[in-house]
Design a protein around this ligand. Structure first.
Ligand code: SAM
Length: 288
């Protein structure tokens, strides 16, 4: 199933373990993707080696993005550049930002040569969209599976809102709050009848979650509720247009004994818009 967090079910009576110890203070970006051990493991994942076609959520994200031809797109947490490559080869200009040098190297190797594509180092925890990037107004801001690494979501929303043009689209995905909520390690469980469970705990307890992932302990993600993700958007002047939690082709009835996305949502995907006419609508109006 998902390439992100999967583990073997354990007995439902197993005690939840305490979060893994970590040396990362709460307010500092961990930048785990520049840890050689973590990057070596992550770079084996299909979404790194084979790109968007292996990302379950991509068709849904593609639909949320809408028309991208001729658009200027800011890609937050661009990772290895598959999205930039896709967008540029489909007629968009893309500027990718990532905190990880390893990811930026991979992105530049993949898509840096394409017309209209650029990449730069930037930390969403301290998003400084000044200079050329901040002066321009962007048609689309795309943020795939990165916002759950950032503590201050409100600051990111505020920065994105400032640089999006009227009618601009903010399209993002995060690990679903049902996935990030549990306070312990990976928590698939089963009972004596063979039914499998994803026990929900700690949902209202927003904050860091440090877990082992890809063999590396203490990988930090930030849990927040669905209402925090969505209400924050409206508080910053966005209109929430579409919210998706599953994807086409997902096995919604996997059988009671199989862990997987049929038992719980895995991604939260959102299209939010800045009020106003976008570039295409303005062009149509001018032609009339
Ligand atoms: C799960 S990967 C997703 C990469 C790509 N967007 C994708 O969908 O395949 C998360 C990415 O977010 C980046 N990232 C994590 N925290 C960040 C931060 N504070 N600022 C900028 N990028 C960050 C990581 O370096 C990594 O490239």
């Amino acid at each position: 199933m998902s390439s992100e967090t999967q583990s073997q079910p354990t007995d439902i009576t197993t005690d939840l373990t305490a979060p893994a110890p970590t040396d990362t203070p709460a307010s500092v970006t961990q930048n785990i993707y520049d840890s050689p051990a973590f990057f070596a493991a992550y770079s084996q994942l299909p979404r790194f080696t084979h790109g968007l076609d292996t990302a379950y959520e991509w068709p849904t994200m593609r639909a949320l993005l809408g028309s991208t031809r001729g658009c200027d797109i800011l890609d937050l947490g661009c990772g290895p550049g598959w999205f930039a490559e896709w967008a540029a080869t489909n007629g968009a200009g893309v500027h990718g930002i990532d905190v990880s040098e390893s990811m930026l190297d991979a992105a530049r190797a993949r898509a840096g040569y394409l017309r209209g594509v650029s990449f730069a180092k930037g930390d969403l925890a301290n998003l400084d969209l000044k200079g050329e990037v901040g002066m321009r107004s962007w048609d689309i801001v795309h943020a795939s599976l990165v916002l759950h690494y950032v503590e201050d979501l409100s600051a990111v929303y505020s920065a994105v809102r400032k640089v999006l043009s009227p009618g601009g689209r903010f399209v993002f995905s995060v690990e679903h709050p049902v996935v990030t909520a549990p306070l312990g390690e990976d928590v698939w469980r089963w009972d004596e009848k063979g039914d499998v469970y994803w026990p929900l705990s700690g949902y209202w307890d927003e904050g860091p979650r440090d877990r082992e992932w890809l063999g590396v302990p203490g990988v930090r993600k930030w849990h927040r509720t669905v209402e925090t993700y969505l209400n924050g958007l409206t508080e910053h002047g966005f209109v929430v247009r579409t919210v998706k939690e599953g994807w086409e082709g997902m096995n919604r009835k996997p059988g009671r004994e199989r862990k997987g996305e049929g038992h719980r949502p895995y991604y939260l995907m959102v299209l939010a818009m800045v009020p106003g006419m976008d570039k295409l609508e303005r062009e149509v109006l001018i032609q009339w």
